[in-house]
Design a protein around this ligand. Structure first.
Ligand code: NAD
Length: 355
């Protein structure tokens, strides 16, 4: 198969980790007889320096003309004093909007090889966990009516949580379809005991459920969900929730794994053109060739699975990563005594050898 991939290298460790993922993709292309063609799409601080804006129009065009987009990370101290709309991170919001990415998929899987990094108690971790949080990305309180006004007690600020049935249904379908391909359990998280928008959320999710009789759907209040994630994360398979609840719970879940350098993510829309990126930032505090590239490599695996329907190839990458960890290779962020310390380049080589 021939596929065009837009590369947003970004800033800090971004270029290194994207290059690692490209080397792994090339190894997969060679093994399975595919052709991946790459085109660079500058975004972030480097784009501000070169073009005076975080997301040049040409980069949007490159991404829209591609089959998929792989992103490293953007941002750094150099650009921290710019106003919000001109900062590197404005590029992230811009590209999500341009590609109409409304579903954010964040897997939180415990790698047994590095389970002792988890802040959870050993008896909880020993049960293992492997879940995906499906977060609605373009609606809810982050995009609702907002402002400041004069109220009963003086100046007040307000933001509005608002979801249409259509927005809830389309994110629910993404989650149900994912659950069908996994263990068939969907937990829908809301605050239906208090919020009207959550009551509609719950109603709409159950309307969609009728089309997926093979998926078991449970409702859970967000406060209980926060407790259950810490108490027994093994109970979750797929979680679907709103923009703000998903923002908070997906960070909580990734911390449970204890390994920010291992976790990928995907943002998708109604087409196959998705955006794939590690959950971490540009780590400007790191020296060259030290960063862990695995989250970006696993993001590339998600790209193969969701955008290119290459399940076998995606699994090949995931198994190569697990084998590399089982064989004791570690970048500095995960290093323990007795393990083999690796640079970014060295661990990428080890993964490629296991493809
Ligand atoms: P960060 O995720 O970059 O770093 C947090 C900590 O984790 C640091 O100690 C870092 O060294 C470490 N770390 C992160 N990724 C690592 C990796 N792959 N290997 C080894 N260690 C890793 O978050 P931060 O420090 O809050 O932010 C740094 C910059 O990144 C900021 O400019 C921020 O705005 C930006 N940022 C970008 C994105 C994105 O592009 N999607 C996301 C978050 C933060």
């Amino acid at each position: 198969m021939k596929k065009k991939i837009a590369l947003i290298h970004g800033d800090g460790i971004g270029p290194e980790i994207v290059n690692s993922a490209v080397r792994v993709l090339d190894a997969v292309a060679e093994k399975y007889n595919h052709e991946f063609i790459y085109e660079n799409a500058p975004m972030g601080g480097n784009a501000i320096d070169a073009y005076g804006e975080p997301l040049p129009e040409t980069s949007i065009k490159t991404c829209l003309a591609s089959d998929s987009v792989l992103l490293g990370a953007v941002g750094g101290k150099k650009w921290d004093d710019l106003p919000g709309y001109a900062r590197p991170e404005a590029g992230l919001l811009g590209i999500r909007k341009a590609l109409k990415l409304y579903a954010n998929l964040r897997p939180a899987k415990l790698f047994p090889q590095v389970a002792d990094r988890s802040p959870l108690r050993k008896d909880i971790v020993d049960k293992g966990f492997d879940m995906v949080i499906v977060r609605e990305l373009t609606g809810g309180i982050y995009f609702g009516e907002r402002g400041t006004r004069h109220g009963k007690f003086g100046r007040e600020g307000f933001d509005t949580e608002c979801y249409s049935e259509i927005e809830i249904e389309r994110i629910a379908r993404v989650a149900f379809e994912l659950a069908q391909k996994r263990r068939g359990i969907l937990t829908s998280i809301d605050k239906a005991n208090v919020l009207e928008s959550s009551r509609l959320w719950r109603y709409a999710v159950h309307e969609v459920a009728a089309d997926y009789p093979d998926v078991t759907v449970n409702d859970m209040l967000v406060d209980n969900a926060a407790m259950q994630l810490v108490k027994d994360p093994s109970q979750f398979d797929v979680i679907v929730t709103s923009n703000m609840f998903g923002d908070i719970l997906s960070d909580l879940s990734s911390m449970l794994t204890g390994s920010i350098g291992l976790l990928p993510s995907a943002s998708t829309n109604d087409t196959l053109l998705g955006l794939y990126e590690p959950i971490h930032g540009s780590a400007p505090d790191l020296s060259p060739d030290v960063a862990n590239p695995i989250a970006t490599i696993l993001s590339a695996a998600m790209m193969l699975r969701y955008s290119f329907d290459m399940e076998t190839e995606a699994e090949n990458i995931e198994l190569a990563v697990e084998k590399t960890l089982s064989d004791g290779y570690r970048t500095a962020d995960l290093y323990d005594e007795g393990k083999i310390i690796c640079s970014t380049t060295a661990i990428t080589n080890a993964i490629i050898e296991r493809i």
